[in-house]
Design a binder for this molecule. Structure first.
Ligand code: NAG
Ligand code: NAG
Ligand code: NAG
Ligand code: NAG
Ligand code: NAG
Ligand code: NAG
Ligand code: NAG
Ligand code: NAG
Ligand code: NAG
Ligand code: NAG
Ligand code: NAG
Ligand code: NAG
Length: 543
């Protein structure tokens, strides 16, 4: 079952070319059958092109985005690529540093006050911060994030009012505080009721002040909870807040919970933050079911949407050698699809830099003189830095193009599929996509880590012939876009290909390659590869 690169290359078509019988018609008796329900019964809620969204640590806003007049071109090229591939990310300028942020009408671009080692005490923003939101791709919406950490209603209220004053059309939601689970426990003495009373009191007063600006925002405008899955003594996940009556005044638009299945915040957890573990589909699904799903279900049962308001693979800025490799691209795809099946409305992938006050025993650190030590789970190192070297795109970025195309059709519903008999469910994941009730795409992920020294390439041949319901020029047909890299630990974005193209400086290089599945209906994937199979040529962009 070795992958035949030559065969695959010959199957690659540049799209204007008429269909040829790319694969030979030999019978792949070894191909594994994938069971795919032919209707969407039991599939997820309808998703939107905003499903794959972002969270950016606001203290590093200028590094990632520049300012209103001089945007960071590299970052914006990446965001524009995502929208060109069908995505429409919602931006949450959120994270730990939103809880020490302040709006000062006389200030300019976001400015950090830091310790000598780079610890962020405070981030001051002026009108220019909100003005820089206009540089984002058309249609981008924002979560207006408010400082709860400084325990000043005035600071939080002034940020809310400033956001609608400068960018009324771009504010979709408000969020008061990041990860209350990790505040000093003296604030609410581990009392859910004390937290909730203050949250409701402030949000009501902020609503009043925002309403006085004449905004058109409706009543349900808040993200609620924003808790982590840490056991800190304060129980404020959505599953805790909903029965406690958080939405008694109809203010909640979406419930937010944060997902970090692994961590380098301390040496014990860092030992588990490995490539093998982040690519264990069983483990990822188990974390989602045990830690996240009870809150998701509470939200859905109450008739509300829920979101992964902030997530990444390995908290405390990732693990060098793991998250800055191709493994992270595969991880982000599987993780978002796991949450799509569980009916999240969006997943906000976190981007930022090491926060030295977060933990004194973490693996990562800031750069020289407290300059940013960009998180190794980021999709891009947005500027040159002493810690990470030249500004550059990371291998995980191409995974976001896969996701942009996967969610490009408004209303797509998703269903998880059983791994075919003969492949290990720990290292293989499959998902079916439906437009209304019609199977439109499948995603196949072969998560088996494949290294230069691997003795097998772990190729799997999957037979989808029974599901090729579309006809093209009279023949059953399907089209494949492939996400691949030489190895799971490839660390250079120039080696990572999505549908034949690389994106290492934020522009597409090379031609789009779309493989034609052909009559035998077999799709082959090497270990550490993912494919998106399209059943309808109208959905295959770049053709
Ligand atoms: C492959 O073999 C199976 C079982 O022997 C047979 O039913 C099927 O028609 C064959 N497919 C092709 C394309 O020859
Ligand atoms: C925006 O950033 C550029 C480049 O760093 C700088 O030269 C310029 O002064 C900044 N503009 C404002 C209004 O702060
Ligand atoms: C918020 O509190 C921190 C200390 O906890 C302080 O360093 C910071 O200056 C305060 N920020 C604002 C905006 O007042
Ligand atoms: C947004 O759309 C307008 C009008 O269609 C266009 O002029 C503008 O260039 C677009 N902006 C971006 C960032 O694409
Ligand atoms: C919020 O709490 C303050 C202080 O306890 C109280 O005076 C005020 O009436 C409360 N406001 C609302 C809207 O609940
Ligand atoms: C703010 O305006 C919304 C929408 O009109 C309304 O439903 C809500 O009750 C108002 N909130 C306050 C505190 O005035
Ligand atoms: C809150 O709970 C945590 C964990 O159980 C405990 O360490 C902490 O002392 C508690 N704080 C208060 C104020 O009770
Ligand atoms: C994957 O994770 C599951 C659940 O934690 C565990 O039982 C299994 O042994 C792991 N598989 C591998 C290959 O590490
Ligand atoms: C997701 O929503 C769909 C449609 O409402 C429902 O049938 C399905 O059971 C939900 N899935 C989960 C895991 O909650
Ligand atoms: C689903 O059906 C509706 C109503 O017929 C139609 O408007 C919509 O375009 C369909 N969606 C897709 C993705 O085909
Ligand atoms: C194979 O290569 C990986 C990555 O360099 C390394 O971690 C591993 O120890 C190697 N395995 C063997 C058996 O040499
Ligand atoms: C990106 O790299 C390609 C060739 O590798 C080059 O043609 C292009 O000009 C570069 N684009 C930018 C914006 O640097």
């Amino acid at each position: 079952m070795k992958a035949d690169a030559a065969l695959r290359a010959s199957a690659a078509l540049l799209l204007a070319i008429p269909p040829v019988q790319a694969y030979p018609t030999n019978n792949h008796t070894s191909a594994l059958h994938l069971n795919i329900p032919s209707t969407a019964a039991g599939a997820s809620i309808p998703h939107t092109p905003s499903f794959s969204s972002f969270s950016f640590e606001p203290a590093f806003w200028v590094e990632f985005f520049g300012n209103a007049s001089t945007p960071n071109e590299l970052t914006f090229r990446l965001l524009n690529l995502i929208t060109e591939h069908g995505g429409q990310p919602i931006i949450r300028p959120g994270g730990i540093t939103m809880d020490s942020m302040i709006f000062d009408p006389s200030a300019g671009d976001p400015l950090r006050d830091t310790s000598a080692t780079g610890g962020v005490y405070r981030t001051t923003v002026g009108p220019a911060y909100y003005e820089s939101w206009s540089n984002f791709p058309n249609g981008t919406k924002f979560v207006s994030t408010l400082d709860f950490g400084n325990d000043s209603l005035e600071i939080a209220r002034d940020m809310a009012v400033a956001s609608v004053k400068y960018q009324e059309d771009l504010v979709a939601y408000f969020e008061l505080g990041n990860e209350p689970t990790n505040y000093p426990s003296s604030r609410w003495s581990n009392s859910t009721a004390a937290y909730l009373a203050e949250w409701k009191n402030w949000t009501a007063q902020i609503d009043l002040a925002v309403n006085q600006t004449g905004t058109e925002l409706g009543s349900a405008r808040w993200w609620a909870s924003s808790a982590t899955t840490d056991q800190s003594g304060l129980n404020v996940r959505p599953a805790d807040l909903i029965p406690a009556g958080v939405d008694s005044a109809d203010q909640v638009a979406e419930y937010s919970i944060h997902s970090y299945p692994f961590s380098t915040c301390d040496p014990i957890r860092a030992a588990l933050a490995t490539t093998a573990n982040i690519l264990n589909h069983t483990g990822l699904a188990q974390y989602a079911d045990e830690e996240i799903y009870p809150s998701a279900k509470a939200a859905l049962d109450s008739g509300s949407r829920w979101v992964i308001g902030e997530f990444n693979s390995i908290s405390c800025s990732g693990n060098p050698g793991v998250t800055d490799t191709f493994a992270q691209a595969l991880w982000v795809i599987d993780s978002e699809l796991i949450y799509a099946v569980r009916n999240a409305s969006s997943c906000h992938l976190h981007q930022g830099a090491t926060l030295v006050f977060q933990s004194s025993v973490q693996v990562n650190s800031a750069g020289n003189d407290g300059t940013p030590g960009y998180s190794t789970y980021d999709m891009v190192y947005p500027t040159n830095s002493s810690k990470r070297g030249e500004a550059r795109v990371l291998p995980s970025f191409a995974g976001l193009l896969f996701l942009a195309e996967a969610f490009a059709t408004e209303g797509t519903r998703i269903q998880a599929l059983e791994a075919p008999e003969g492949v290990d469910g720990d290292s293989f994941a499959a998902y079916a996509f439906y437009d209304n009730d019609t199977l439109s795409k499948i995603a196949l992920l072969n998560l088996q880590p494949y290294y230069a020294n691997s003795t097998s390439d772990y190729s799997a041949s999957i037979d989808i012939s029974a599901h090729m319901h579309y006809r093209w020029h009279g023949e059953p047909q399907a089209w494949v876009k492939r996400l691949t890299a030489p190895y799971v630990n490839s660390s250079n974005a120039a080696d990572v290909k999505w549908a034949g193209q690389t994106f290492s400086n934020g522009t597409a290089s090379g031609s789009v390659e779309v493989e034609n599945v052909g009559r035998n209906g077999v799709v082959e994937l090497r270990g550490s590869e993912a494919v998106l199979v399209f059943f309808d040529d109208k959905e295959v962009t770049g053709l």
